[in-house]
Design a protein around this ligand. Sequence first.
Ligand SMILES: [Zn+2]
Length: 317
Amino acid sequence: MRTLTYPTSRRQFLELTALAAAGCFLPRRLFAAAESPVITMRRAAATAKITVQKFRGNVSVLEGSGGNIAVLTGHDGKLLVDAGITASRPALTKALADISSDPVRYLINTHWHFDHTDGNEWLHSIGAQITAHENTRKHLSQSTRVDGWNFTFPPSPEGALPTKIFQKEQKLHINGAALALQYYSPAHTDSDISVHFADADILHVGDTCWNGYYPFIDYSTGGSIDGAIRAAEANVARVTDKTIIIPGHGPVANKSQLVEFRDMLVAIREKVSALKKQGLSLAEVVAAKPTAEYDVKWGGFVINGSTFTALVYAGVG
Ligand SMILES: [Zn+2]
């Protein structure tokens, strides 16, 4: 994932300033000149290496195909949290077989985005029952546009749709483990849930945390910077120093990294909001580089400082 050929910060900044000069200040236009990250990430997934880390409570984490995948093994069969990208099926199949011979029986989607649900159809075809928030099913059921990715997803095939849906929370008991699924309210999208493996105290927070990276915020399906901050606050409040946290992207995290992520979101929101309140345009705010002191640490993945500034600008008064 770190070898993506997504535009460099300089190239993207030049596109941004060119668009801004042309008077196109809407975030949807920021990506218009570049290849959609959906296409880039799907291509990268075909050759992506999958790493497997084993944690307590028979929970493993597979990293490398879209969002991080949690796997719980046992006599009831494997339960997966998130499905990765379809092109990684051969590598994921091998990684899953290396963990255990238990068949895949359950899949939970943390939210509707393709890098967490693309593999739904093949995982369902080998026996997985799919659970998700009702808005995940809604977005997958119909044609859905994401302006920030300059991409319109067609309706997903029937087999890819979650069949067990919920609104607020759902409890599961699988492989002797208690799982609590909880809706965040709109955050990164309007479909985000957390999955807590209660006995092992392992929390999958989906894309409400990108550990070490600026996150994408999907305004097209109900996300916002303020919702993202609320979710980040909720994550910090509910974990302890012992909790193992699985972010949507980036390495497995601890509480102090959740705090750092939350603090970064809050600080950049304040900076961008203050500049916007002075009447500065998006291009002027980007030129002021409100993320400068954060870019080395957080700007190394799909979202660079300029793009993140635009995502925050779109959601502040
Ligand atoms: Zn996402």
